[in-house]
Design a protein around this ligand. Structure first.
Ligand SMILES: Cc1cc2nc3c(=O)[nH]c(=O)nc-3n(C[C@H](O)[C@H](O)[C@H](O)COP(=O)(O)O)c2cc1C
Length: 203
């Protein structure tokens, strides 16, 4: 399965970029997983402006990000927490993505993780990130991994120093991939069948 991964931080020395790289190495090691690891900086986005959208359309950065998401079977995002909530840059990206039809985030398996120099590992920010993703119909995995005290958490090779934390992350990634790979189960086909029938009824 194809797994698209990025950190929702633009900062060069970002702890979330370090965390997503560690996570990507773990996912790459799993059987049947093909990882697409990208940087948020590759998808430059202006602040959402309906006038800009109506005159110039959806920016290339949003279209490229949307394509990466659409092409993936699962998405893993490591996001910082800003003022106890989702960073504006990440929310802005979600807002632009919501203007693409069909919405790339809809019915997409998503795992949120995060890193912060604080004690809570960015959990509050990622709880808020769930709200717009839920509204857009993403399947956000219920569990979360937050790397607290991220400024001291990595060694000189950018690996997670604490073995227990690393194992916790690996377990979560494996559980998520196992869960997300079930999308071709009869249950998913049943959901698609019901969606098609409803679509036929309304058209
Ligand atoms: C505007 C702003 C607000 C922040 N608010 C929080 C916060 O509420 N909780 C927290 O743990 N860290 C907060 N931080 C600190 C970030 O966690 C820290 O800058 C972190 O390094 C950002 O992630 P990154 O390293 O991936 O860029 C804030 C930082 C900024 C710039």
């Amino acid at each position: 399965m194809k797994v698209f991964m990025f950190a929702a931080s633009l900062r060069h020395g970002s702890y979330n970029k370090k965390l997503i790289r560690v996570a990507a190495e773990s996912v790459m090691a799993l059987p049947f997983c093909e990882v697409e690891l990208h940087e948020f900086n590759e998808f430059p986005l202006p602040m959402y402006d309906a006038d800009l959208e109506s005159t110039e359309g959806i920016p290339v950065g949003a279209l490229s990000l949307g394509k990466m998401i659409s092409d993936a079977d699962a998405v893993i995002i490591s996001s910082p927490e800003y003022n106890g909530s989702i960073p504006g840059t990440f929310k802005n990206a979600i807002d632009w993505l919501s203007r693409i039809k069909p919405v790339p985030l809809s019915k997409k398996q998503i795992l949120l993780i995060g890193a912060s120099p604080g004690h809570l590992g960015g959990v509050r920010g990622n709880l808020h990130a769930r709200v717009p993703l839920h509204i857009l119909g993403s399947y956000v995995y219920p569990e979360y991994f937050g790397l607290a005290k991220a400024d001291q958490a990595f060694d000189q090779n950018d690996q997670i120093k604490d073995e227990k934390q690393f194992e916790k992350l690996q377990t979560l990634l494996t559980d998520f991939i196992h869960y997300a790979s079930r999308k071709e189960t009869p249950f998913e086909r049943l959901t698609e069948f019901v969606d098609e029938k409803l679509h036929e009824r309304h058209n």
